[in-house]
Design a protein around this ligand. Structure first.
Ligand code: ATP
Length: 140
């Protein structure tokens, strides 16, 4: 079944999620405050919007609560990431995944009800360390 995703923030992480979801045949809407970023993805996705995710009217007008899953991939602006997550939660979005910048950010996101919090650099570091160790074990 084709599910509807919204990706907020088109940095390396958000951009990569967006590309993969599209490849998997999902319906993807992207939102970024940078017009340049949005133009980069406009041909790839079903709906590309230039807008500030911290603005509740923007989120409401896009019918964000009807999406199956929203990914908040705003990185450096921790305040914007937290506020956006809070508003998505208040608007009744069922599944929210958020990228955390650090452990404090992660803690706040979990407290306000993010369904999943990812910390790509740390998570990938862990995964690679495990892979390295298990490959070494297999070598013996
Ligand atoms: P990455 O490591 O994934 O490249 P990053 O952690 O450096 O990303 P940023 O570059 O700070 O993250 O933000 C990712 C994207 O989010 C940027 O394209 C930026 O324009 C967008 N963004 C930041 N704040 C907002 C906002 N309030 N509303 C919409 N988009 C935003």
């Amino acid at each position: 079944m084709k599910r509807a995703f919204a990706v907020i923030g088109l940095g390396r992480f958000g951009g990569s999620i967006c590309r993969e979801l599209t490849e998997l045949g999902m319906d993807v809407m992207v939102i970024d405050k940078s017009e340049e970023k949005v133009n980069e993805y406009a041909n790839l996705v079903s709906h590309a919007v230039v807008g500030n995710a911290v603005d509740e009217t923007v989120l409401k007008s896009l019918g964000i609560r009807n999406f199956d899953h929203v990914i908040v991939a705003i990185g450096e602006d921790i305040q914007a990431s937290i506020l956006t997550t809070l508003m998505l939660k208040e608007l009744g979005v069922k599944n929210i995944t958020v990228k955390a910048q650090n452990d404090y950010h992660e803690k706040v996101l979990s407290k306000i009800g993010a369904d999943a919090v990812v910390h790509p650099e740390r998570d990938m570091g862990k995964r690679i360390a495990h892979n390295i160790v298990s490959n070494n074990v297999l070598d013996y």
